[in-house]
Design a protein around this ligand. Sequence first.
Ligand code: PLP
Length: 381
Amino acid sequence: MSAEDIVPDLGDGTRAVRAGLPDPVKHEPTLPGPVFAAHYHLPGDPTGPYTYGRDENPTWTLLERAIGELEAPGRDDVETLVFPSGMAAISAVLFSQLSAGDIAVLPNDGYQALPLVHEQLRSYGIEVRTAPTADNAQLDLLDGARLLWLETPSNPGLDVCDVRRLSEAARARGCLVAVDNTLATPLGQRPLELGADFSVASGTKQLTGHGDVLLGYVVSRDASLMAGVRRWRKIVGAIPGPMEAWLAHRSLATLHLRADRQNANALAVAEALRGRREVTGLRYPGLPDDPSHKIAAQQMRRYGCVVSFTLPTRARADRFLDALRLVDDATSFGGVRSTAERRGRWGGDAVPEGFIRFSAGAEDTDDLVADVLRALDVATD
Ligand code: PLP
């Protein structure tokens, strides 16, 4: 029984702390520990729920229930599958739903590994069309498509597209829609309610939030689509370890606290950066004058913890990163400790050399803003 069955219309915090918990059992812990099992006792006919460790695991079951409750509160028709990383989840949807001759529409400004995925899809005879996230540009490519992939807000550019509008247009053409919900988290955005067939995410980022777990998940209301995703997970063997799944579930209990603090910090950093002459291209969907804000405000409940901006040169960006004391120079985002990086160091993203992706952590706001402003001063030519 989920908490929602007992008290409908729960707040996000209440839902997060109770998500996926089993009914209480006397002398058992509230959240049972990880189950380490390659196989289960199975006399007689091999029926479920637990037969072999690559197919199912009770620790996944609880985590899957928890994520489903957050992505689609109050619904009992959702199915969730967890994966060992966000890329495993993304690949599971794309490669289970598409076959030779199909057309897929993807963003050309999304997560850095997507171009590798494009190449792989093309090698299987799948046509890949791409367009930017901004201005709903993928709308123009939908004719004849089998699957539309959205990443909103996009990483690292923080553009936002209108999920409801794109989903309606796709549905009218018999095209499936998947949304990468990594940056927003289910507390920030619920793609299934906006009309998507799949919500897919990396749980490595703010969902688990401590920079110590890789995880991914897929959620959908369509059991036949999920049967394909489940089959893919089984044949590829892309399964999370029980310890990671348990750590992820444990972390969900603080998701609302982390998200609220981190996102407030992101807004405060963005506001502080706005006053600096050396900063250009500042983006945060929660800033009222951000180009993404109007659509974001229609479909998002929280705007995430990532801010992006550009310093005049690569050297200045490096000096800024070096001068930060409370912000680690590291990739990824969403953790409780602030991180930032010069995104251009990887190649691959179409960003200027001085482009910084900044992920706000859960530090005290004044400390964080002061550190950023001081590092900008130190980095001045
Ligand atoms: N989707 C987005 C938007 C990401 O930023 C990332 C990683 O940075 C991924 C997917 C991939 O997630 P993972 O690293 O857990 O495979």
